[in-house]
Design a protein around this ligand. Structure first.
Ligand code: RIB
Ligand code: CA
Length: 321
């Protein structure tokens, strides 16, 4: 039985790879893509999502819903310096393609209520939509079977600041509310997990590029801008926290160690805005999340290589592919 899920995304770079995981893994039953303000311009994120659906040969098969175009209370912060526009310079004719009229927050609430205890959500951008859904319908927490969050660092480095990872930095109030709500939540953090287990170096990237499929070329192109940035900041390859988050929901055998933590997010600090305080149980705080601490890194890479080697037929031509 495939896993019913929604991906809530700020679609750029590895978000696109996470969407491919959910579109192509037979274990996945992707019911909706919900868009949230994050990485790059909101409308560009939507274009990136449509291109991802297209290269997977699934254009028109999964509805795209527009969510919050900014954080709950803060100004939007872009990561265009990291990802470019998230498309790797690819483009396609989007004429005739439309997003759904329902707001993504209403979609999240409705689909969870229509499938109580069955629908998982993979949240790989700022948590604005999830927090809004929670505010709109308190029963959303119980209706959602499991929430997989890419965000924060487990007593490690941030990325947008020394203290904070981007998703939690952009909307710390949303992140704080989500972790206080009582979800069955699993966290895939930036540091140490992503930086130690989900970075693809030059050799791995060359192997993917050599696959020569539309998917592999798409992957190479959308990850190129981030690779350039990563190397400038001392990361030896492309980073894949979002696709890892989706993969761990669908392939739990890739998880090697997961530990209960109490997770809370800083909203009052200036230097520490968005810092994820992850307490490991010696501070008198009840765990409210499971944090992934170890994975089968080789297995995750091979899983993506197998996926990217599939000879999909894009629905429409993608310029630059
Ligand atoms: O910090 C990494 C996260 O921020 C990823 O989800 C990336 O896509 C950006 O949204
Ligand atoms: Ca993301």
């Amino acid at each position: 039985m495939a896993t019913p899920l929604i991906i809530d995304t700020d679609t750029a770079q590895d978000d696109c790879v996470a969407l491919l995981v959910a579109l192509l893994d037979p274990e996945a039953d992707l019911r909706a893509i919900t868009m949230v303000a994050g990485n790059v311009g909101f409308d560009q994120q939507v274009r990136n999502a449509f291109m991802t659906l297209d290269v997977a040969g699934r254009l028109g098969e999964v509805p795209v819903y527009l969510g919050c175009r900014g954080p709950l209370v803060r100004e939007w912060v872009s990561a265009e310096n990291v990802h470019g526009d998230g498309s790797g310079g690819l483009d396609m004719d989007l004429s005739g393609l439309a997003t759904e009229s329902e707001h993504a927050v209403d979609t999240l609430v409705r689909m969870a209520a229509e499938n109580p205890g069955e629908l998982s959500i993979v949240a790989i951008g700022p948590l604005t939509n999830i927090a809004m859904a929670l505010a709109k319908d308190p029963s959303f927490v119980d209706n959602v079977k499991s929430l997989y969050v890419m965000g924060g660092s487990n007593n490690g480095r941030g990325n947008i600041t020394a203290a904070a990872e981007f998703n939690f930095y952009v909307d710390p109030e949303a992140a704080k509310a989500v972790f206080a709500a009582g979800f069955d939540v699993t966290v895939v953090p930036w540091d140490p997990l992503t930086l130690r287990r989900a970075v693809f170096d030059q050799g791995r990237l060359e192997r993917i590029a050599a696959l020569g499929t539309p998917l592999a070329t798409f992957f190479t192109r959308v990850c190129a801008a981030t690779l350039e940035f990563d190397r400038k900041v001392g990361i030896d390859g492309t980073t894949h926290p979002d696709s890892l988050t989706a993969a761990l929901l669908l392939r739990p055998e890739l998880v090697r160690k997961v530990t209960p933590y109490h997770v809370d997010v800083e909203t009052a600090g200036e230097l520490t805005r968005g810092y994820s305080a992850m307490s490991w149980g010696v501070h008198g705080l009840e765990p409210n999340a499971r944090v992934v601490e170890e994975i089968d890194a080789e297995g995750f890479y091979e899983y993506l290589v197998t996926m990217l080697s599939r000879p999909t037929e894009p629905n429409r031509p993608i310029r630059g592919l």
